[in-house]
Design a protein around this ligand. Sequence first.
Ligand code: NZQ
Ligand code: ZN
Length: 386
Amino acid sequence: MNNFNLHIPTQLYFGKDQHKELSRLIPANSKILLLYGGGSIKHNGIYEQVIGELSSFDVIEFGGIEANPQYTTLSKALEVIKLNEINFLLAVGGGSVIDGTKFLASAALYEGEHPWDILEKGLRTEIGLPFGTVLTLPATGSEMNSGAVISRKETGQKLAMGGPGLFPVFSIADPTVVASLPKRQLANGIVDAFTHVMEQYMTYPTSATLQDRISEGILSTLIEIAPEVMSTPENFELAANFMWCCNMALNGIIQKGVPTDWSIHAIGHEITAAYGIDHARTLAIVLPSMYRYKLEKKELKLAQYGRRVLGLTGDDRKVAEQAIDQTEDFFRSLGIGTKLSDYDVDNASAFPQSCVTSMEKQRTIILGEHKDIRSKDVKSILEAAI
Ligand code: NZQ
Ligand code: ZN
């Protein structure tokens, strides 16, 4: 097992009615900017719940943060923060609102001229404006990690940022929010969380037995509950298991002491930047193709996953191949297309090359747990995913 440091400072309040803790969790006399997305919170009762707990605070609202949060929108929120001397941010939403808030937490204290540099130059955020979150969509784990991904339409970029200053101070995770989610978002959440586990697990066998078993437990649970979560999202117990899986998939625990991959996400972000396809769906496009391409290097771990999670039997190669096929079938069973051509995209055949060119413009392509996925490999992986 590799050496590691584990520090997750976020207080997680998980369960029914945990929003009632809000007024206690936010420091007294805070001047709050409440951030939200396209308005779902105004239709499903979450806004009323939250605002009802904030009566003793000075609160300004900023809505309209879109899925795949945009730099231009966030720049407007940054002006509001500065103009009103906001000192606490409250994100009420899914990964996009929370990530947008993380960017603002960083940008509000950034002394450089162009906050986009935080992303473009990969600057780590050591200290950010304090913020809390009220999670409305289980998927990304953003409620308990220190990463964010921000998009910029004008330049076609979708870039990641992070640092120890970007953990939420607290997060409210009430599984009852799952009841109002459209099927599309339920399926996205399941596939995103599933792929988060895979990116930290599907490398090569190590001596990290517990990390493997926790990862396999999350994968098995997601497969077990997925059909019922999709058909009865109002079932609280199912929703609670779903929400906890998503959190555990990316709260940092399963990546400790083990090699990680993250190449599927790196390529997936480019697909979203080019075509606007939902984050989770880009992962479903890349994952099967990636694992088929890396079959030799990942065979032993794929076989372990196939046997332990999917109950397959046979020799390593056969189990590994079947495991990839069954994972792809699982994504498709949720209504998620696993080929680029399943989506309404222009000029898909030119995409593998244009994607590589765009990635190379930002930095040299070196991906995967062996750092052996280079430009030509990304092109081949994408060609097989059309
Ligand atoms: O904007 P509103 O109106 O709120 O609607 C949202 C949005 O349209 C809707 N929604 C959210 N909660 C709802 C709801 N609708 C009904 N009822 C509710 N309770 O769902 C839509 C999608 O929301 P979004 O926040 O975009 O989804 P998600 O949580 O999947 O976040 C995706 C973003 O997170 C990034 C992705 O790249 C993408 O930009 N990620 C962040 C990560 C992180 N910070 O750790 C890791 C991930 O790998 C990922 O990259
Ligand atoms: Zn993801």
